[in-house]
Design a protein around this ligand. Structure first.
Ligand code: GTB
Length: 217
């Protein structure tokens, strides 16, 4: 049955792939599931038809048959459970991969998102300049810990998993800030994620929506 996701009609990032539909596209590409995309405007996201799918009026959503989901964690987890390729076969390995998904979303992403808040959403507030170093310090704490755990491994726990997909997606949000540069193993980890053909296809698909161009041209 056809999978349909929602994405921004025009992402505010102009196609950098930072909106959260990219991680869902990536998961679908990793498991080889075709999907359709319904583009929604900011206004449409707050209308009853979209709110019925997403109570918070956001993207992305996921629909397949009579199932509709919101929250990228739940969507990627669902895709990973239904299709081979994103979770290990053994039960303990699966549990650890799922743990990394939660760690990405609950422990790393909140700190990363604060940077967007202080720089962009609250950038014009008189206190934002003072707050920035505090936010950056909290991000550095997480990056230091994650870098220590990753060490010289390619992925967080054995083979690439949904945990890596989510962690790389979260870390990608830091790329424009330059904060990853102090952690060469994390920068290389993110680059490995970005180099995956499935990520490349996902990135190109969102780029085409946002610029009308393909990644090659
Ligand atoms: N916890 C939810 C999830 O993981 O699915 C969060 C979903 C969410 O934040 N959606 C955002 C949204 O719909 C888009 S991704 N925002 C509109 C609204 O709330 O009205 C966040 C995002 C937005 C823009 C950029 N950007 O331009 O760089 C990057 C990421």
């Amino acid at each position: 049955m056809t999978i349909t996701i929602t994405a921004f009609e025009r992402s505010p990032d102009g196609g950098k792939g930072l909106a959260r539909d990219t991680r869902v596209r990536w998961a679908l590409e990793e498991v080889g599931q075709p999907y359709e995309v319904r583009l929604v405007s900011f206004a449409a996201m707050k209308q009853p038809a979209h709110l019925a799918l997403h109570p918070f009026g956001q993207i992305p959503t996921f629909e397949e048959d009579d199932l509709s989901l919101f929250e990228t964690g739940a969507i990627v987890f669902h895709i990973a459970q239904r299709h081979a390729g994103l979770l290990p076969d053994d039960a303990n390995g699966r549990a650890r991969a799922i743990t990394w998904m939660f760690a990405a979303l609950n422990t790393v992403e909140p700190a990363v998102f604060e940077l967007v808040t202080v720089r962009i959403i609250e950038g014009d507030k008189p206190w934002s300049k003072e707050r920035l170093p505090l936010v950056e310090a909290r991000i550095h704490e997480r990056l230091k810990q994650l870098s220590a755990r990753l060490g010289d491994a390619d992925w967080l726990d054995g083979a690439f998993s949904a945990g890596d997909l989510m962690m790389v997606s979260v870390l990608l949000r830091l790329k424009p800030s330059g904060l990853l540069a102090g952690y060469p193993n994390l920068a290389a980890y993110v680059a490995r994620g970005e180099a995956r053909p499935a990520y490349q296809r996902a990135f190109a698909a969102q780029l085409a929506v946002n610029t009308g161009k393909s990644a090659a041209g």
